[in-house]
Design a protein around this ligand. Structure first.
Ligand code: 9WO
Length: 264
């Protein structure tokens, strides 16, 4: 799967390409990332990519013409590579903005199953609206806050998609256990040492059941910790899991016994 990124700051993407499981995805050829430095598509001695806003006001706006040239180059390269050109399989142009669709694991899975995407990273006050109206297929938000550019949201999306590529995680089962893959928050994790000394002279021990070797009891304990944490922190996710038929009778009995007031 291929991602193309149009950005004024391609150097921000280097760490993602160079470390961890995301690097693995690129090294193994499961993902391809092509960076398109917008400055390369600017004209004139000053290589301008931004200009003052019509109507006045502070800051600068990213001009449409360099973006159009960059996007033409992306499309040509994708066609050349035979990527995302099949009927109904065109890669969407995604722009990152707080006004967009909230990124969640369902959207990550959709994108991981598709032909990739073209990611447009805005800077300054934003992008000339005419370019957005002409070309953007989807706006994606990470939440209700403002950043200085779309590059970090693009990296977040790439990271989330990269780790879903088959074979990228060491253990194929490991992402199925993640938070959100089954719609519940993850259970707590413990490793060595069994006894962790505290400053006050006491120790914090690992929950006994995890040392018991009883796989059935361990699985039930983990399920209950997930259910309890989710019921306390994200009751909306319990409601959604219930509506989707993802809670067993045993789960329901456990939640009942927790006696947490359902929040309105
Ligand atoms: C900024 C903005 C603020 C309030 C309401 C709507 C908004 N749209 C944008 C916008 O598109 N800004 C461009 C991208 C240009 C300036 C930097 N950009 C940006 C994207 N800032 N913050 C984001 C962003 C993207 C996704 N999730 C959270 C924040």
């Amino acid at each position: 799967m291929r991602f193309d990124v149009i950005t004024l700051f391609p150097e921000l993407f280097a760490p993602h390409l160079e470390v961890g499981v995301t690097r693995r995805a690129y090294v193994d050829g499961k993902l391809q990332l092509q960076l398109w430095p917008l400055r390369d598509f600017a004209e004139g001695n000053y290589r301008r990519v931004d200009d003052r806003p019509f109507g006045g006001g502070p800051g600068m706006v990213m001009m449409a013409p360099p973006l159009e040239r960059a996007l033409d180059a992306v499309h040509a390269a994708r066609v050349q590579a035979g990527e995302g050109t099949g009927a109904g399989h065109r890669a969407p142009l995604i722009h990152f903005s707080p006004t967009g669709r909230r990124l969640d694991q369902a959207l990550v899975r959709e994108l991981a199953a598709g032909p990739g995407a073209v990611l447009l990273c805005g800077r300054y006050e934003g992008i000339d609206q005419r370019f957005i109206d002409r070309h953007v297929d989807m706006e994606v938000s990470l939440g209700d806050f403002v950043l200085s550019g779309g590059e970090l949201p693009a990296l977040v999306l790439l990271d989330a998609v990269a780790r879903l590529q088959p074979g990228v995680l060491q253990d194929a089962a490991s992402h199925q256990q993640d938070s959100f893959e089954d719609g519940l928050l993850d259970c707590p994790h413990y490793s060595r040492p069994e006894q962790l000394p505290r400053a006050d002279g006491g120790v914090d021990a690992v929950p006994q059941v995890l040392l018991s070797g009883h796989h059935g009891r361990i699985a039930r304990w983990r399920r209950e910790r997930s259910l309890e944490l989710t019921a306390r922190r994200r009751p909306d996710l319990i409601a959604a899991a219930r509506a989707a038929g993802r809670l067993s009778r045993e789960d329901e009995r456990f939640l009942q016994a927790l006696d947490i007031e359902p929040k309105p």
